[in-house]
Design a protein around this ligand. Structure first.
Ligand code: FBP
Ligand code: MG
Ligand code: MG
Length: 334
């Protein structure tokens, strides 16, 4: 596909790879794009439309919601629940599965999403985004049950994110590589600008919240200490660090120019086996990273192989340049 192809055209072309396709999936993706354009418009208008600050409510994970968390969550639920393409939805901001309203046909897909990733960056003008994962509903045409969403990430039929950064970008994969589109605001269309994004196997750039150093397990501490030792250390070269604090922006950088991202297990809150959520953060990002030639692991197992046990389950996340992720994984074995 040529640079400049619109996302709507691209989706139709990709759907032609499946002669038996009904068009439901293409329509679903198009509806989701509309929600992402709306959320992006609210992020960019920010304080002008009163979208910044706290909503003074909490979510199931005990986090204080920002107004934009709530705006983004409602935008996606309301853009998607009437379409007839979904059997149910799961959101970071909803306790349980969101039920499709009465009178609307139940479709054959499940949508799982983090409506606004990088909440701590909303009020300070730093990139945030929306992360999504699409699964097939085990029983199409019926209301999805909680267990239906607990599928390993390898079964995703599509994963992606919208990045509300210096541009509004849409990056996604249906298992044929990763493609990135940039919103042309005057036209209201995402246009292909980053075809077939690839991650180099090696890198000299890493992303981790260094303030947690004392809480990490020994393998992660060893890995990061070796990077920080630079030319004089065992890696015999200098490494650079970047940490945006919005996973979506850190992963986007890795898809654009390589790198490794870690949000490992730490003992700060021993009840939490990691910070990031499996179903709508680790799985979709793991899928994209693998599709771009990288790797995604907890340090002990491939993220996409994990059998989920809960909707809001957390996991350690190590993803990006293949050789670096393999090295961290090896350190966990020794
Ligand atoms: O503040 P910390 O501990 O560095 O955590 C940052 C991480 O938390 C997150 O913001 C969690 O996502 P939400 O904003 O959707 O809750 C990630 O995007 C990011 O990588
Ligand atoms: Mg998030
Ligand atoms: Mg969020």
């Amino acid at each position: 596909m040529q640079i400049g192809t619109t996302l709507s055209q691209f989706i139709i072309e990709e759907t032609r790879l499946y002669p038996e396709a009904s068009g439901d999936f293409a329509a679903l993706l198009n509806d989701l794009m509309v929600a992402c354009k709306f959320i992006g418009s609210q992020v960019y208008r920010g304080a002008l439309v009163g979208a910044l600050g706290s909503a003074d409510t909490g979510n199931v994970q005990g986090e204080v919601q920002k107004k934009l968390d709530v705006i983004a969550n409602n935008a996606i639920l309301k853009s998607m629940d009437w379409t007839g393409h979904l059997a149910g939805m799961v959101s970071e901001e909803e306790d349980g599965p969101y039920e499709i309203p009465a009178g609307i046909p139940r479709g054959k897909y499940l949508l799982l999403f983090d409506p606004l990733d990088g909440s701590s960056n909303i009020d300070v003008g730093i990139s945030v985004g929306t992360i999504f994962s699409i699964l097939k509903a085990p029983t199409a045409g019926e209301n999805a049950k909680l267990e239906d969403f607990l599928q390993p990430g390898a079964q995703q039929v599509c994963a992606g994110y919208a990045l509300y950064g210096s541009s509004n970008m849409l990056v996604y994969s249906t298992g044929f590589g990763v493609n990135g589109f940039t919103l042309l605001p005057e036209v209201g269309e995402y246009v292909l600008t980053h075809p077939q994004m690839r991650i180099p196997e090696d890198t000299s750039e890493y992303a981790i919240n260094m303030s947690n150093h004392r809480h990490w397990e020994a393998p992660v501490r060893r890995y990061i200490d070796e990077l920080n030792a630079g030319k004089e250390g065992p890696r015999e070269r200098d490494f650079n660090m970047r940490w945006v604090g919005s996973m979506v922006a850190d992963v986007h950088r890795i898809l654009c120019r390589g790198g490794i991202f870690l949000y490992p297990f730490d003992t700060k809150d021993p009840k939490k086996p990691g910070k990031l959520r499996l179903l709508y953060e680790a799985n979709p990002m793991g899928f994209l990273i693998e599709q771009a030639g990288g790797a995604a692991s907890t340090g002990r197992e491939r993220i996409l192989d994990i059998q989920p046990e809960g909707l809001h389950q957390r996991v350690p996340v190590i993803l990006g340049a293949k050789n670096e992720v393999e090295r961290v994984t090896q350190y966990h074995q020794s």
